[in-house]
Design a binder for this molecule. Structure first.
Ligand code: ATP
Length: 204
């Protein structure tokens, strides 16, 4: 296979679950190019517990840029106005009109896909490439893919890749760091080094 893969997220911080997802997705479709794009955090979700934009971007570079085909993009971070995936996907479609555009995501995202802004248009422009975040989601993700196909008439509206999940979230990693625990099982050692060096996720 080939095409472009997009992997968006808050990455606050990027953890080994993200890495497992991305590497599994790349192995499944072998894209020509993979774009990791941290998204802008909407103001209503911001709090002083969230790392700032430059830190999230740099942690993504540390966590992902050595994976073959990957580049980390600041395109969404630099945009004004509302941050919806459809804008990013339309932009990438203009840049790369040929071939498939895979949208790499965890099962929580696929399972709530119909709530996304312009979700039907999204499915005409890209194909969700999904890995279950927990064992319980594996069947649900397959069922959701079939459901999206039925609703839109698009064959194989989403691709589900099978791999054992790494059950971790950035929220859980932040909580461990705030408690003073060491989440080294879930973080790349260089990302952990960056967090330490820059004093991120600390209770003041
Ligand atoms: P938070 O806990 O702050 O909400 P998160 O861990 O869910 O963060 P995001 O940056 O919001 O991470 O996620 C980016 C993408 O990675 C989403 O598509 C999400 O479903 C996926 N993802 C996150 N963690 C995992 C995981 N452990 N396994 C598979 N996919 C994951």
């Amino acid at each position: 296979m080939s095409g472009i893969a997009l992997f968006g997220g808050t990455f606050d911080p990027p953890h080994l679950g993200h890495r497992r997802l991305l590497e599994t997705a790349i192995a499944a479709v072998i894209p020509d190019k993979t774009i990791v794009m941290p998204d802008r955090i909407p103001p209503h979700k911001q709090s002083d517990r969230i790392a700032d934009t430059a830190d999230r971007l740099e942690m993504c570079r540390i966590a992902f840029s050595e994976i073959p085909t990957v580049t980390v993009s600041d395109w969404e971070l630099g945009r004004e106005g509302k941050s919806y995936s459809i804008y990013t996907v339309r932009h990438l479609r203009e840049l790369y009109p040929e071939g498939r555009l895979w949208f790499v995501m965890g099962s929580d995202m696929l399972l709530s896909f119909e709530k996304w802004f312009c979700w039907e248009e999204l499915l005409t422009l890209c194909t969700p490439l999904c890995l279950a975040r927990c064992t319980a989601d594996a069947m649900a993700a397959l069922a959701q893919s079939e459901r999206l196909s039925k609703l839109t008439g698009i064959n194989d509206a989403a691709k589900i890749v099978q791999a054992s999940p790494l059950e971790i979230s950035s929220t859980a990693v932040r909580e461990m760091l705030y408690r003073g625990d060491l989440p080294d099982e879930y973080l790349d050692s260089e990302v952990l080094g960056y967090i330490r060096e820059h004093g991120l996720y600390k209770n003041h």
